[in-house]
Structures are given as structure tokens and as C-alpha cells.
Write a protein that binds this ligand. Sequence first.
Ligand SMILES: Cc1cc2nc3c(=O)[nH]c(=O)nc-3n(C[C@H](O)[C@H](O)[C@H](O)COP(=O)(O)OP(=O)(O)OC[C@H]3O[C@@H](n4cnc5c(N)ncnc54)[C@H](O)[C@@H]3O)c2cc1C
Length: 417
Amino acid sequence: MPKTVHIIGAGLSGLSAAVRLSSAGLAVQVHEATQYAGGRCRSYFDAATNLTIDNGNHLLLSGNHHARAYARAIGTEAGLVGPARAQFPFVDLSTGQRWQLDLGDGRLPTWVFDEARRVPDTGLLDYIKLAPLIWAGAGKLVGDTIPCDGTLYDRLVQPLLLAALNCDPPEGAAGLAGAIVRETLLAGGQACRPLIARDGLSAVLVEPAVKLLEGRGASVRFMHELRSLATSSDRVSELNFGDDRIAIGADDAVVLAVPPRPAVALLPGLKAPTKFRAIVNAHFRFDPPRDAVPILGVVGGLVEWLFAFPQRLSITISNGDRLVDMPREELAQAIWRDVCKAGGVSGDLPPWQIVRERRATFEATPEQNALRPGPVTGLKNLFLAGDWTATGLPATIEGSVRSGDRAADLVLGKASA
Ligand SMILES: Cc1cc2nc3c(=O)[nH]c(=O)nc-3n(C[C@H](O)[C@H](O)[C@H](O)COP(=O)(O)OP(=O)(O)OC[C@H]3O[C@@H](n4cnc5c(N)ncnc54)[C@H](O)[C@@H]3O)c2cc1C
């Protein structure tokens, strides 16, 4: 077993690896380039709204077992909150129609047989036509695998896959979409309950992990960017942080849990995704109406999901590259119009913030999916983690935590490559 494991990157993949390794009794040192942990999944104080907001609204599902086990390990599983049943209210802004998809709480997708619980104006046959996605090969397109039109597509398949893949579903990798369908819709309502970190991503998924690690004697160093690594024969022998260098002993290991771009800069020749897609989030300081649902699916407009938090309404728009250069005020006004219609509220534009994460996720196309490396490298004591590594899932918290767990298991000798 290694003496010390150095984790590079304090996003969720790095933190989950660190927590697992420290739980196994190993000495852990985390090195993070920025001033904060959490990477693409974090909270911060926003002066424009005078609120602590998340960089993006993150939705988990009850079937995200690794993510929930990670939250359990850091003592915050209760901070992931959601309804008892997997119910998803929706509104179509183009027609004003509202409905609720009720996936129930069972282990089988029996809801498809119940007209009152499935998507309105859809029949059983529409759902059967989705079956090819379940066993689709990694190289196939969603658009070549299932029908990408019609009522079921517009009201369920498109919103679900757009959120999961962060690209227009027909151009997405059918293998990744299939994994989502297998782990959610096919696993029944018990795997589909929506969960959100109501008290904020950092309070629920990030800060408690850092605290736990520090309490166990692990170090988490911020503003400590790995600049390069030296190798000797087939091992990492030194980590270069600019001002300081750390020698890696024969019994030490390294988990590189950084996004693809820095990973490739540190490991020239590494194959990794090269294309990314944006996600746009907007936050409005506004008290949600008493009867506001926590998560509302929105179709037929610009907004895709509306979240109601205390003192705040927030929205998500995936595959948002088309919006990254739009003037901020214009975008805020357009989104607020949708929020008013969807949320049944009115009024002038309240204090707002727009967060455009340009490289929110790698592009979940078959071409980019094929570039994802596994956790094992040519260097015996170096393992990769991150949502962009070959997890079998799109870039999600669940994939990220799974990759961290897997890298930790490889370090511990519990998993084979
Ligand atoms: C706006 C938005 C909305 C999202 N919505 C959802 C959602 O609803 N549901 C869901 O499941 N997922 C969602 N995701 C995806 C999810 O946030 C990511 O999959 C996950 O946070 C990735 O974690 P990671 O550890 O793999 O990478 P990152 O979070 O990118 O962490 C990598 C870390 O490495 C650090 N680093 C980089 N270079 C170095 C270096 N040289 N030395 C040291 N440190 C370095 C970075 O600063 C960063 O902290 C969303 C993402 C975004 C951006």
C-alpha cells in the first residue's frame, strides 16, 4: 500500500478519491490550483443578488449511488433533498399546458402502463421504441437509435437527454444516453427521485469533505497548482508546483483529478476530449410563491429547468454555446420572461446574476466519448480521475465521484485496471 497519495485537483472526483483513501487509513495530500474546492460544482457569494449561489443548479437522482455514498461518507446525505416519489412537474410554454410525470417509487418502470402517470398524449408503443437505446453501442448516435421527434421526445426524452448529455440529443452518444436510461427510467421511480443540495453545493458536497480530510490529518492546499511532473523509468518521481517541489517516494501514488486540458498539458500524448459545451444558469433574487415546486421542467421556451430556492428562482439552460456571447442584460430579460410564465410570477427584472460556464462538460458525442481515457496510465503510480475519463456516463457528479472511487480503489489495489 502506498505511504502518501497526492491528489491533484479538489473537484468532486479528487475529493471523493481523497475521502475514500483517507477512510482506508492512507496519508492524503490534496493540491488545488484555485482558492476554493469544488471545481465546477461549488457555491460562492454573489454581490449582484446579495445571496450565496451555486455556479450551476445541479440535479442528482436517487439512483446516483456513488454520489450518495460519497455524501454519506462526509456526513451530508440528508442535505440532498427531494420528494418521496419521483414526480416531475412540467410546463410547455408554447401552449401553456402543464402536467406531472409520476415515476412512482418502485423498482420497475410500471408507470409507462398508466396513462395518468406517463407523459400526456403518449402511448405504450412510444416507450417501447426507446428500447434500442438500452443496448446501443458506444459509437452510435442517439439520432440513429431512437425516434427524435413526436410528443414523447419533446416532453420527456429531449429534456432528459439534453440535461444529461449537454448536447442536442440526436448528436449525442447513444451509449452514454443508454447508460442514463438504464440507471434512471428503467430502474423505476426509486432511482429517479430528484435530489438537490438545497443549502448549496459547497455546504453539502464540498466543505464537509475538506473538513473531514483535515480532521483526519490530510492536507488540502489551495493555490497550489501542479505545473509539471517528473518521471523516472515508469513512475512519477517528483511533482513541481513552481515554488516548491515534492519528491514522490517509491511507495507514494498520485491521482490526477484535473480537467482534460491541464491533464494533457501535464501528460503530453494523453488522449482526452477536446470539445466542450456550455451551460447557462441564471439566478434571480425573488421569493418563490408558496406553492412553487422545487424543480419544474420547462419545454417550448428558452429555459429548461426552473428551481425554487429560498429567496431565489434559478434556471438552467444546457447546450448553451449559442448564448455565451449574447449581451447579459438582454439574456437576463429573455430568461425572466420565461421564468414569469413558467413560475406564474410577475414583476420587473429583480436583482439577477448569469453564470455561463463555457466548458461545463465535454461534448457527449460518439467522437469525443471515444477519446476518454481509463484511469490507468503508462506510469505505475499515477491514476486519472475526472468526469471526462471513461466512466461510461456523461459528465455528471455521479460519473465524477465514480471516477474518484475507482482511482482510489486502484491505488488501494482493490480494483484491477
Ligand atoms: C453549470 C454546470 C451545471 C452542471 N449540472 C450538473 C447537474 O445538474 N448534475 C450533475 O450530475 N452534474 C452537473 N454538472 C457536472 C458536474 O459539475 C461535473 O461533472 C463535476 O463537478 C466534475 O468534477 P471533476 O472533479 O471531475 O472536475 P472539476 O470540477 O473540473 O475539478 C477539477 C479541479 O482541478 C483543479 N485543477 C486544474 N488544474 C490543476 C492543477 N494543475 N493543479 C491543481 N489543481 C488543478 C481545478 O481548479 C478544479 O478544482 C454541471 C456542471 C456545470 C459546470
